[in-house]
Design a protein around this ligand. Sequence first.
Ligand SMILES: C[S@@+](CC[C@H](N)C(=O)[O-])C[C@H]1O[C@@H](n2cnc3c(N)ncnc32)[C@H](O)[C@@H]1O
Length: 238
Amino acid sequence: MNIEQFQTMLSEKGITLSGQQLDQFDTYFHLLVEWNNKMNLTAITDKEEVYLKHFYDSVSAAFYFDFTKPYKLCDVGAGAGFPSIPLKICFPELHVSIVDSLNKRISFLEHLAASLKLENVSFYHDRAETFGQNPVHREKYDVVTARAVARMSVLSELCMPLVKVGGFFVAMKGANGQGETETGEKAVKVLGGKVESITPFLLPIEESERNIIIVSKTKPTPKKYPRKPGTPNKQPIE
Ligand SMILES: C[S@@+](CC[C@H](N)C(=O)[O-])C[C@H]1O[C@@H](n2cnc3c(N)ncnc32)[C@H](O)[C@@H]1O
């Protein structure tokens, strides 16, 4: 996907990017490739592939969920910033918190956010299992996102405790998203949620399948979740 296609295809979905936002994506691409030479951030470094498989794919969450409001958003396991940094570039009103267990990725993100002059972004080097038990963060977010972190039952335990009652969890999945969500539906319920929608779509150009799963939080998550890493006999809730 070249930059013109990126701009046109987003504009067809109602997301119009200014010159400044396009410059931010350009800087993001260059820093991603530069830092990828010193640390493992992504296997995708070809420019057109980064625009398709990282930038467009991340922003595709906004085709199914309204990110235009000044929501408090937490991105669990964002790695090199996906999906929350592309969403923040497109929707500057968002207040973004990123939690990732790998400190070198957090260092990259801090540098990236400063270079892009992003406001209202915070980074936390932590595991979601402990972050979600911290009263500062527990049930404090309007929306929690996750892309390519864990299968739905495990992911729900990491993400649902962070969502406030009345908020949403947006999971970005590949082709197996539907099956995983059927298996993970019990976990979602135990954790206080309800699966509102599973929407399949094809990534343009290469036509690989994606699924966006939207879960609403209807009641508080029981205190024992998320369980700490190493909890005896810890199995996914299935
Ligand atoms: C496969 S990468 C995906 C990164 C990004 N979301 C994307 O779509 O490219 C998974 C990321 O989740 C982080 N991660 C895995 N388990 C985690 C946990 N329990 N708590 C916080 N971060 C975690 C890893 O450090 C890694 O950066």
